[in-house]
Write a protein that binds this ligand. Structure first.
Ligand code: SF4
Length: 199
């Protein structure tokens, strides 16, 4: 009963965002990942929401967002804060996990640590949120089976940084991306089928 409700909730939430999405709209997360995923997501978004890691990550987000209000009772706290900006005809849209006073907070659940924390695409994501909101301080909070860690960043991105991400057409952006991609079985650029070479 609970699982069915949970999956229905995720489905409806995602559908609402997809239906409202304008043709020139790009999510912040899409600027920092393989651009081919963006193409797949426009039609095949439902393939992403049934992954257990996605649902567990969502639950952790909700839990921490609630906890922040308990931990910082005297702070100004916003959660799931949405913001968008237009640049060269594209609308960059983001939903920030939390804002605590003058800090943007990005919560990340990861099962395994692929390299050195904080991960590059998470840094870029938070930097883009900084550009979107005008905030200049942020924290990435990692929740992993091996521990909980936080990394504070100075947010410095300007329009040039955003345009670099926007026009990066490398598929995939990172060698490990295809292994975790929900579209990997259908994607002609899957690095595992290309002898390990990016296109
Ligand atoms: S399989 Fe790899 S190249 Fe294809 S969409 Fe996924 S991450 Fe991108």
């Amino acid at each position: 009963m609970i699982v069915t409700k949970l999956l229905e909730y995720e489905h409806d939430d995602m559908l609402e965002h997809i239906e409202k999405r304008r043709p020139n709209e790009i999510y912040v997360t899409e600027l920092t990942e393989c651009p081919m995923k963006r193409e797949f997501r426009r039609k095949l978004w439902f393939m992403e929401i049934t992954k257990p890691a996605f649902i567990i990550g969502k639950l952790i987000h909700i839990g921490i967002q609630e906890l922040l209000r308990e931990l910082f009772p005297n702070s100004t706290i916003e959660t799931e804060y949405e913001k968008e900006m237009e640049i060269e005809g594209k609308i960059i849209r983001g939903r920030i996990d939390a804002i605590v006073d003058d800090y943007l907070i990005e919560i990340k659940y990861t099962r395994g640590i692929r390299g050195q924390l904080p991960l590059q695409h998470h840094i870029e994501q938070l930097q883009v949120y900084g550009w979107l909101t005008g905030f200049n301080k942020g924290i990435i909070l990692y929740v992993t089976p091996d521990g909980i860690k936080e990394y504070e960043l100075e947010l410095t991105y300007n329009d040039n940084n955003i345009l670099r991400l926007l026009y990066d057409d490398c598929k995939p952006k990172y060698d490990w991306e295809c292994s975790y991609c929900p579209y990997s079985n259908w994607c002609p650029f899957n690095i595992q089928h290309q002898g390990g070479k990016k296109k």
